[in-house]
Design a protein around this ligand. Structure first.
Ligand SMILES: [Zn+2]
Length: 195
């Protein structure tokens, strides 16, 4: 009985130590550098709210109610260098950035996405890292004609891109074009030879 109690007490201590280690690890994780550029990570709440913030990352500062505020809050992690933010609801390390500025990504967007024949001044560019996989995409809303649809399909086929068209009641179509790259995020990892 005494042995059993002792074992029980030891088990409790063991579990407490494990728990505190996990807490310490999660605290350390918060201070880990950005997986995209190795820059310093902070929280969204510590970034000054200025009008240019939506250009840094539209996922976080978008004015659209179903995007930014629903997914990110003041405690969400964000990189002070490349402006990638970690999606809090995604445990598999989703780091995302969206902007209207295609040339402002730390790891340049795929040329096929940058050069997609989108109507001028409409597009948003996205980059997303899920574990070792990177996805580049472009999205925009427009009134679409059959000629445009066939031009988009042809371009996507030639450049091995996936095309997603969603029509809304207004007659406008949301066009999303994406390219998946099996590539590690951080530059030091990118240089590793393929397995
Ligand atoms: Zn970064």
């Amino acid at each position: 009985m005494v042995h059993a109690l002792l074992r029980c007490a030891n088990m409790k201590t063991f579990i407490l130590i494990l728990l505190s280690m996990r807490l310490a690890t999660s605290h350390l994780y918060a201070a880990d550098p950005c997986p995209v550029c190795k820059g310093e990570v902070t929280t969204v709440g510590k970034i000054k709210d200025d009008p240019s913030n939506s250009r840094k990352n539209e996922w976080v500062w978008s004015t659209s109610p179903e995007c930014g505020p629903a997914l990110f809050d003041g405690n969400s992690l964000i990189c002070k260098r490349c402006w990638f933010a970690k999606q809090p609801m995604k445990p598999d390390a989703w780091w995302v950035r969206s902007t209207v500025l295609p040339d402002s990504f730390f790891i340049p967007l795929s040329a096929a996405i940058r050069n997609f024949p989108a109507p001028p001044n409409l597009a948003n560019y996205d980059q997303k890292f899920i574990r070792e996989h990177r996805t580049d995409s472009i999205s925009f809303m427009c009134k679409i004609t059959p000629e445009m649809t066939s031009k988009f399909r042809k371009y996507c086929k030639e450049h091995k891109l996936s095309l997603d068209l969603t029509e809304f009641k207004s007659g406008e179509v949301l066009v999303v074009v994406s390219k998946e790259e099996a590539q590690q995020a951080a530059p030091s990892d990118v240089e590793k030879p393929p397995k």
